[in-house]
Design a protein around this ligand. Structure first.
Ligand SMILES: *Cc1c(COP(=O)(O)O)cnc(C)c1O
Length: 397
Protein backbone atom coordinates (compact mmCIF):
# COMPACT_ATOMS: atom_id res chain seq x y z
CA UNK A 1 0.00 0.00 0.00
CA UNK A 2 1.64 3.20 -1.24
CA UNK A 3 0.44 5.62 1.44
CA UNK A 4 2.90 7.56 3.59
CA UNK A 5 1.01 6.56 6.74
CA UNK A 6 2.22 3.00 6.02
CA UNK A 7 5.50 3.51 4.15
CA UNK A 8 6.69 6.76 5.79
CA UNK A 9 7.49 8.12 2.31
CA UNK A 10 5.28 11.11 1.36
CA UNK A 11 4.10 11.51 -2.23
CA UNK A 12 5.63 15.02 -2.24
CA UNK A 13 9.13 15.66 -0.84
CA UNK A 14 8.23 19.27 0.03
CA UNK A 15 4.82 20.55 1.14
CA UNK A 16 2.14 21.81 -1.25
CA UNK A 17 0.05 24.62 0.23
CA UNK A 18 -3.34 26.06 -0.69
CA UNK A 19 -2.79 29.68 -1.61
CA UNK A 20 -0.04 31.86 -3.01
CA UNK A 21 0.20 31.70 -6.79
CA UNK A 22 3.69 31.38 -8.22
CA UNK A 23 4.96 34.91 -8.94
CA UNK A 24 6.06 35.03 -12.57
CA UNK A 25 9.56 36.18 -13.60
CA UNK A 26 7.96 39.01 -15.61
CA UNK A 27 6.01 40.14 -12.53
CA UNK A 28 9.20 40.20 -10.48
CA UNK A 29 10.93 42.28 -13.16
CA UNK A 30 8.08 44.77 -13.35
CA UNK A 31 7.95 44.98 -9.54
CA UNK A 32 11.63 45.89 -9.38
CA UNK A 33 11.12 48.58 -12.03
CA UNK A 34 8.17 50.07 -10.15
CA UNK A 35 10.18 50.01 -6.92
CA UNK A 36 13.07 51.84 -8.59
CA UNK A 37 10.58 54.65 -9.27
CA UNK A 38 9.35 54.56 -5.67
CA UNK A 39 12.90 55.07 -4.36
CA UNK A 40 13.52 57.73 -7.00
CA UNK A 41 10.50 59.71 -5.78
CA UNK A 42 11.24 58.89 -2.12
CA UNK A 43 7.45 58.70 -1.66
CA UNK A 44 6.36 55.50 0.08
CA UNK A 45 2.77 55.86 1.27
CA UNK A 46 -0.14 58.34 1.75
CA UNK A 47 -2.09 57.98 -1.49
CA UNK A 48 0.97 57.81 -3.73
CA UNK A 49 0.96 57.72 -7.52
CA UNK A 50 1.18 53.92 -7.72
CA UNK A 51 -1.76 53.47 -5.32
CA UNK A 52 -3.82 55.85 -7.47
CA UNK A 53 -2.84 54.06 -10.68
CA UNK A 54 -3.73 50.70 -9.14
CA UNK A 55 -7.12 52.03 -8.03
CA UNK A 56 -7.90 53.26 -11.56
CA UNK A 57 -6.95 49.92 -13.08
CA UNK A 58 -8.83 47.77 -10.53
CA UNK A 59 -11.94 49.94 -10.94
CA UNK A 60 -11.73 49.62 -14.73
CA UNK A 61 -11.17 45.87 -14.58
CA UNK A 62 -14.32 45.47 -12.49
CA UNK A 63 -16.37 48.04 -14.39
CA UNK A 64 -17.03 50.28 -11.39
CA UNK A 65 -16.52 54.01 -10.93
CA UNK A 66 -14.59 54.04 -7.65
CA UNK A 67 -11.95 51.96 -5.94
CA UNK A 68 -10.28 52.71 -2.61
CA UNK A 69 -7.14 50.68 -1.99
CA UNK A 70 -6.35 49.84 1.62
CA UNK A 71 -3.92 47.77 3.68
CA UNK A 72 -6.07 44.60 3.79
CA UNK A 73 -9.63 43.38 3.27
CA UNK A 74 -10.46 43.24 6.97
CA UNK A 75 -9.75 46.97 7.27
CA UNK A 76 -11.65 47.56 4.00
CA UNK A 77 -14.71 45.96 5.57
CA UNK A 78 -14.35 47.84 8.87
CA UNK A 79 -14.03 51.11 6.95
CA UNK A 80 -17.06 50.56 4.76
CA UNK A 81 -19.25 49.47 7.69
CA UNK A 82 -18.18 52.66 9.47
CA UNK A 83 -18.69 54.78 6.34
CA UNK A 84 -22.25 53.43 6.05
CA UNK A 85 -22.71 54.04 9.81
CA UNK A 86 -24.43 50.67 10.19
CA UNK A 87 -26.01 49.76 13.52
CA UNK A 88 -27.90 46.85 15.05
CA UNK A 89 -27.80 43.48 13.29
CA UNK A 90 -26.12 42.35 10.10
CA UNK A 91 -27.01 39.13 8.31
CA UNK A 92 -24.06 37.17 6.92
CA UNK A 93 -23.17 33.55 6.22
CA UNK A 94 -21.30 31.60 8.87
CA UNK A 95 -19.59 29.67 6.07
CA UNK A 96 -16.88 32.26 5.35
CA UNK A 97 -13.44 33.34 6.52
CA UNK A 98 -13.52 34.52 10.14
CA UNK A 99 -12.57 38.12 9.22
CA UNK A 100 -16.02 38.65 7.62
CA UNK A 101 -17.64 38.17 11.04
CA UNK A 102 -14.89 39.83 13.12
CA UNK A 103 -15.02 43.06 11.10
CA UNK A 104 -18.74 43.40 11.90
CA UNK A 105 -17.90 43.32 15.61
CA UNK A 106 -15.40 46.16 15.20
CA UNK A 107 -18.40 48.27 14.12
CA UNK A 108 -20.41 46.96 17.12
CA UNK A 109 -22.80 45.16 14.79
CA UNK A 110 -24.44 41.94 15.98
CA UNK A 111 -23.66 39.16 13.50
CA UNK A 112 -26.69 37.05 12.60
CA UNK A 113 -25.45 33.94 10.86
CA UNK A 114 -27.42 32.71 7.87
CA UNK A 115 -27.33 29.22 6.37
CA UNK A 116 -26.07 28.52 2.85
CA UNK A 117 -27.46 26.85 -0.23
CA UNK A 118 -26.24 23.24 -0.52
CA UNK A 119 -25.54 23.74 -4.24
CA UNK A 120 -23.77 27.11 -4.31
CA UNK A 121 -22.36 26.90 -0.73
CA UNK A 122 -23.14 30.62 -0.51
CA UNK A 123 -25.76 32.58 1.43
CA UNK A 124 -29.33 31.46 0.76
CA UNK A 125 -31.49 34.57 0.11
CA UNK A 126 -34.70 32.89 1.34
CA UNK A 127 -33.07 31.96 4.61
CA UNK A 128 -31.67 35.49 4.89
CA UNK A 129 -35.18 36.95 4.57
CA UNK A 130 -36.38 34.84 7.49
CA UNK A 131 -33.67 36.36 9.71
CA UNK A 132 -34.63 40.01 9.15
CA UNK A 133 -35.80 41.82 12.30
CA UNK A 134 -36.53 45.51 13.03
CA UNK A 135 -32.87 45.78 14.16
CA UNK A 136 -31.40 44.50 10.88
CA UNK A 137 -29.46 47.19 9.01
CA UNK A 138 -27.66 45.23 6.30
CA UNK A 139 -27.06 41.99 4.48
CA UNK A 140 -23.49 40.95 3.80
CA UNK A 141 -23.13 38.36 1.04
CA UNK A 142 -19.87 36.51 0.46
CA UNK A 143 -18.74 35.33 -2.99
CA UNK A 144 -16.89 32.08 -2.39
CA UNK A 145 -14.38 29.96 -4.26
CA UNK A 146 -14.33 32.14 -7.38
CA UNK A 147 -18.10 32.11 -7.83
CA UNK A 148 -20.55 34.99 -7.39
CA UNK A 149 -23.41 34.52 -4.91
CA UNK A 150 -27.07 35.12 -5.75
CA UNK A 151 -26.60 38.88 -5.74
CA UNK A 152 -29.77 39.71 -7.76
CA UNK A 153 -32.03 37.90 -5.25
CA UNK A 154 -30.26 39.63 -2.36
CA UNK A 155 -30.61 42.99 -4.13
CA UNK A 156 -34.36 42.49 -4.51
CA UNK A 157 -34.60 41.54 -0.84
CA UNK A 158 -32.49 44.48 0.34
CA UNK A 159 -34.59 46.88 -1.71
CA UNK A 160 -37.88 45.45 -0.47
CA UNK A 161 -36.79 45.61 3.18
CA UNK A 162 -34.80 48.88 2.96
CA UNK A 163 -31.48 47.32 3.95
CA UNK A 164 -27.94 48.07 2.87
CA UNK A 165 -26.30 45.37 0.79
CA UNK A 166 -22.57 44.60 0.86
CA UNK A 167 -20.39 41.85 -0.52
CA UNK A 168 -17.18 40.26 0.62
CA UNK A 169 -15.47 39.56 -2.70
CA UNK A 170 -12.26 38.28 -1.10
CA UNK A 171 -12.41 35.16 -3.30
CA UNK A 172 -13.85 36.76 -6.38
CA UNK A 173 -11.24 38.99 -8.04
CA UNK A 174 -12.21 39.41 -11.73
CA UNK A 175 -15.30 37.16 -11.41
CA UNK A 176 -18.73 37.80 -12.84
CA UNK A 177 -22.32 36.61 -12.78
CA UNK A 178 -23.37 36.40 -16.43
CA UNK A 179 -21.75 39.53 -17.84
CA UNK A 180 -22.12 41.50 -14.60
CA UNK A 181 -18.76 41.86 -12.91
CA UNK A 182 -18.11 41.68 -9.22
CA UNK A 183 -17.76 45.20 -7.83
CA UNK A 184 -21.07 46.65 -8.99
CA UNK A 185 -23.42 44.57 -6.83
CA UNK A 186 -25.08 46.15 -3.79
CA UNK A 187 -23.91 49.39 -2.19
CA UNK A 188 -20.28 48.37 -2.01
CA UNK A 189 -18.03 45.32 -2.33
CA UNK A 190 -14.56 44.65 -1.04
CA UNK A 191 -11.61 42.65 -2.34
CA UNK A 192 -8.64 41.04 -0.61
CA UNK A 193 -5.16 41.24 -2.10
CA UNK A 194 -3.61 39.00 0.54
CA UNK A 195 -0.53 37.13 -0.68
CA UNK A 196 -2.52 33.90 -0.94
CA UNK A 197 -5.17 35.31 -3.28
CA UNK A 198 -5.02 34.99 -7.07
CA UNK A 199 -4.15 38.69 -7.22
CA UNK A 200 -1.94 39.63 -4.26
CA UNK A 201 -0.07 42.72 -3.11
CA UNK A 202 1.67 41.00 -0.13
CA UNK A 203 -1.10 42.47 2.05
CA UNK A 204 -3.82 44.64 0.60
CA UNK A 205 -7.47 45.12 -0.18
CA UNK A 206 -9.92 47.53 -1.75
CA UNK A 207 -13.49 48.71 -1.75
CA UNK A 208 -15.42 48.97 -5.02
CA UNK A 209 -18.53 51.11 -5.43
CA UNK A 210 -20.42 53.35 -7.84
CA UNK A 211 -21.39 55.65 -4.95
CA UNK A 212 -19.12 58.74 -5.06
CA UNK A 213 -20.02 59.91 -1.58
CA UNK A 214 -19.38 56.53 0.02
CA UNK A 215 -16.03 56.22 -1.76
CA UNK A 216 -15.01 59.68 -0.53
CA UNK A 217 -15.95 58.80 3.05
CA UNK A 218 -13.94 55.56 2.92
CA UNK A 219 -10.96 57.54 1.60
CA UNK A 220 -11.15 59.97 4.55
CA UNK A 221 -11.55 57.14 7.03
CA UNK A 222 -8.53 55.18 5.76
CA UNK A 223 -6.36 58.26 6.46
CA UNK A 224 -7.30 58.87 10.13
CA UNK A 225 -10.29 60.96 9.04
CA UNK A 226 -8.13 63.87 7.88
CA UNK A 227 -10.14 66.29 5.78
CA UNK A 228 -7.26 68.71 5.51
CA UNK A 229 -3.68 68.82 6.75
CA UNK A 230 -4.84 69.99 10.17
CA UNK A 231 -8.50 69.12 10.31
CA UNK A 232 -10.08 65.78 11.18
CA UNK A 233 -13.75 65.31 10.48
CA UNK A 234 -14.23 61.54 11.04
CA UNK A 235 -13.03 58.90 13.48
CA UNK A 236 -10.69 57.22 11.03
CA UNK A 237 -7.84 54.80 11.33
CA UNK A 238 -4.70 53.98 9.39
CA UNK A 239 -5.86 51.83 6.50
CA UNK A 240 -3.50 53.11 3.83
CA UNK A 241 -1.91 50.94 1.17
CA UNK A 242 1.85 51.39 0.70
CA UNK A 243 3.52 52.15 -2.64
CA UNK A 244 5.35 48.80 -2.35
CA UNK A 245 2.05 46.94 -2.24
CA UNK A 246 0.71 49.00 -5.15
CA UNK A 247 3.91 48.22 -7.09
CA UNK A 248 3.29 44.52 -6.54
CA UNK A 249 -0.30 44.95 -7.69
CA UNK A 250 0.60 46.86 -10.83
CA UNK A 251 3.31 44.30 -11.60
CA UNK A 252 0.88 41.38 -11.18
CA UNK A 253 -2.16 42.84 -12.98
CA UNK A 254 -0.99 41.97 -16.53
CA UNK A 255 -0.71 38.31 -15.41
CA UNK A 256 -4.17 37.91 -13.90
CA UNK A 257 -5.85 36.44 -16.97
CA UNK A 258 -2.96 34.00 -17.51
CA UNK A 259 -3.08 33.01 -13.83
CA UNK A 260 -6.80 32.32 -14.19
CA UNK A 261 -6.14 30.25 -17.35
CA UNK A 262 -3.53 28.20 -15.50
CA UNK A 263 -5.87 27.66 -12.55
CA UNK A 264 -8.69 26.69 -14.89
CA UNK A 265 -6.46 24.14 -16.58
CA UNK A 266 -5.45 22.66 -13.21
CA UNK A 267 -9.11 22.58 -12.20
CA UNK A 268 -9.85 20.68 -15.44
CA UNK A 269 -7.09 18.18 -14.68
CA UNK A 270 -8.60 17.51 -11.25
CA UNK A 271 -12.03 17.07 -12.83
CA UNK A 272 -10.71 14.55 -15.37
CA UNK A 273 -8.67 12.58 -12.85
CA UNK A 274 -11.38 12.53 -10.17
CA UNK A 275 -13.89 11.19 -12.66
CA UNK A 276 -15.08 7.77 -11.55
CA UNK A 277 -13.79 8.07 -7.99
CA UNK A 278 -16.94 7.55 -5.89
CA UNK A 279 -17.83 9.91 -3.05
CA UNK A 280 -15.79 12.91 -4.18
CA UNK A 281 -17.65 15.81 -5.76
CA UNK A 282 -15.63 18.68 -7.24
CA UNK A 283 -17.39 21.99 -6.55
CA UNK A 284 -18.39 23.67 -9.84
CA UNK A 285 -16.76 27.01 -10.72
CA UNK A 286 -17.77 29.57 -13.32
CA UNK A 287 -21.00 27.85 -14.37
CA UNK A 288 -22.98 31.09 -14.13
CA UNK A 289 -20.35 33.55 -15.28
CA UNK A 290 -16.62 34.11 -15.13
CA UNK A 291 -14.86 32.21 -12.34
CA UNK A 292 -11.23 32.54 -11.25
CA UNK A 293 -10.66 28.83 -10.49
CA UNK A 294 -8.18 29.56 -7.71
CA UNK A 295 -9.82 27.12 -5.31
CA UNK A 296 -10.00 23.38 -5.92
CA UNK A 297 -12.90 22.57 -3.61
CA UNK A 298 -14.41 19.16 -3.09
CA UNK A 299 -16.96 17.53 -0.86
CA UNK A 300 -16.27 14.06 0.45
CA UNK A 301 -19.21 11.78 1.15
CA UNK A 302 -17.99 9.34 3.77
CA UNK A 303 -20.50 6.61 2.89
CA UNK A 304 -19.59 6.52 -0.80
CA UNK A 305 -15.89 7.25 -0.45
CA UNK A 306 -15.36 4.90 2.46
CA UNK A 307 -13.33 7.35 4.57
CA UNK A 308 -14.40 10.63 6.21
CA UNK A 309 -13.07 14.04 5.16
CA UNK A 310 -11.53 14.29 8.62
CA UNK A 311 -9.34 11.25 7.98
CA UNK A 312 -8.66 12.06 4.30
CA UNK A 313 -7.38 15.45 5.44
CA UNK A 314 -4.97 13.87 7.94
CA UNK A 315 -3.68 11.32 5.42
CA UNK A 316 -3.09 14.04 2.79
CA UNK A 317 -1.02 16.07 5.28
CA UNK A 318 1.19 13.00 5.80
CA UNK A 319 1.72 13.06 2.01
CA UNK A 320 2.76 16.76 2.23
CA UNK A 321 -0.48 17.84 0.54
CA UNK A 322 -1.52 20.56 2.96
CA UNK A 323 -5.23 20.74 2.11
CA UNK A 324 -7.45 23.19 4.02
CA UNK A 325 -10.94 22.71 5.42
CA UNK A 326 -12.36 26.06 4.25
CA UNK A 327 -14.60 26.87 6.17
CA UNK A 328 -14.76 24.27 8.91
CA UNK A 329 -16.47 24.59 11.37
CA UNK A 330 -18.01 27.88 10.16
CA UNK A 331 -17.68 31.13 12.12
CA UNK A 332 -20.50 30.11 14.48
CA UNK A 333 -18.52 26.99 15.45
CA UNK A 334 -15.35 28.86 16.48
CA UNK A 335 -14.70 29.13 20.24
CA UNK A 336 -15.10 32.91 20.34
CA UNK A 337 -18.50 32.93 18.59
CA UNK A 338 -19.73 29.87 20.50
CA UNK A 339 -19.13 31.85 23.69
CA UNK A 340 -20.09 35.39 22.64
CA UNK A 341 -22.86 34.77 20.05
CA UNK A 342 -24.07 31.21 20.59
CA UNK A 343 -26.05 29.79 17.67
CA UNK A 344 -28.60 27.16 18.78
CA UNK A 345 -27.57 23.68 17.59
CA UNK A 346 -29.20 22.71 14.30
CA UNK A 347 -29.99 26.29 13.20
CA UNK A 348 -27.42 26.11 10.37
CA UNK A 349 -27.84 22.52 9.15
CA UNK A 350 -26.33 23.00 5.67
CA UNK A 351 -23.31 24.89 7.03
CA UNK A 352 -22.75 22.16 9.63
CA UNK A 353 -23.06 19.33 7.10
CA UNK A 354 -20.96 20.96 4.38
CA UNK A 355 -18.19 22.00 6.77
CA UNK A 356 -17.77 18.31 7.71
CA UNK A 357 -17.38 17.34 4.03
CA UNK A 358 -15.40 20.21 2.54
CA UNK A 359 -11.76 20.05 1.44
CA UNK A 360 -9.65 22.54 -0.54
CA UNK A 361 -6.58 21.34 -2.40
CA UNK A 362 -3.61 23.31 -3.75
CA UNK A 363 -4.03 24.80 -7.24
CA UNK A 364 -0.65 26.57 -7.47
CA UNK A 365 1.22 23.52 -8.73
CA UNK A 366 4.66 23.73 -10.36
CA UNK A 367 3.93 20.75 -12.58
CA UNK A 368 0.13 20.43 -12.77
CA UNK A 369 -0.04 17.28 -14.91
CA UNK A 370 2.30 15.29 -12.69
CA UNK A 371 1.12 16.78 -9.37
CA UNK A 372 -2.63 16.41 -9.98
CA UNK A 373 -2.08 12.78 -11.03
CA UNK A 374 -0.11 12.17 -7.85
CA UNK A 375 -2.65 13.89 -5.54
CA UNK A 376 -5.58 12.03 -7.09
CA UNK A 377 -3.49 8.83 -6.91
CA UNK A 378 -3.28 9.33 -3.16
CA UNK A 379 -7.06 9.86 -2.94
CA UNK A 380 -7.60 6.68 -4.98
CA UNK A 381 -5.28 4.72 -2.68
CA UNK A 382 -7.20 5.99 0.37
CA UNK A 383 -10.47 4.86 -1.19
CA UNK A 384 -9.09 1.47 -2.20
CA UNK A 385 -7.60 0.85 1.24
CA UNK A 386 -10.44 2.41 3.22
CA UNK A 387 -10.47 -0.28 5.92
CA UNK A 388 -6.74 -0.08 6.70
CA UNK A 389 -6.78 3.71 6.55
CA UNK A 390 -9.63 3.89 9.05
CA UNK A 391 -7.77 1.48 11.32
CA UNK A 392 -4.70 3.71 11.14
CA UNK A 393 -6.84 6.74 12.09
CA UNK A 394 -8.23 4.94 15.14
CA UNK A 395 -4.78 3.78 16.24
CA UNK A 396 -3.23 7.23 15.64
CA UNK A 397 -5.72 9.73 17.05
C1 LIG B 1 -8.88 36.60 2.50
C2 LIG B 1 -10.28 36.88 2.88
C3 LIG B 1 -10.62 37.86 3.81
C4 LIG B 1 -9.59 38.65 4.59
O1 LIG B 1 -8.74 39.33 3.78
P1 LIG B 1 -7.44 40.07 4.38
O2 LIG B 1 -6.95 40.87 3.21
O3 LIG B 1 -6.49 38.98 4.77
O4 LIG B 1 -7.86 40.90 5.54
C5 LIG B 1 -11.95 38.09 4.07
N1 LIG B 1 -12.92 37.38 3.46
C6 LIG B 1 -12.63 36.41 2.56
C7 LIG B 1 -13.75 35.68 1.90
C8 LIG B 1 -11.31 36.13 2.26
O5 LIG B 1 -11.03 35.15 1.39
Amino acid sequence: MNLAIFTGRPAFPSPLYVGAPIVEAATRRRFNNYMAGVFERNYFTNNGPLVQELERKIAALHGVKYCAAVCNATIAQILLLKALDLKGEIILPSFTFIATAHACLWQNLTPVFCDISPTTLMIDPEKAEALITPRTSAILGVHLFGNVCDAPALAALAQKRHLKLLFDAGHAFACSLGDRSVGGFGNVEFLSFHATKIFGTFEGGATLTNDAELDARIKFLRNFGFKDYDDVEYMGLNGKMTEASAAMGLAALPEVSRRIERCQRTYGLFRERLNGLPGIRLHPVGEKGRGNFQYIVMQIDEKEFGVSRKVVYRVLWKENVMGRRYFYPGCHGMAFYRAAYPTPPGRLPVTDAVSERILCLPSNLKNPDRDVARIVGVLRAIHQNAKEVKQWAVQNP
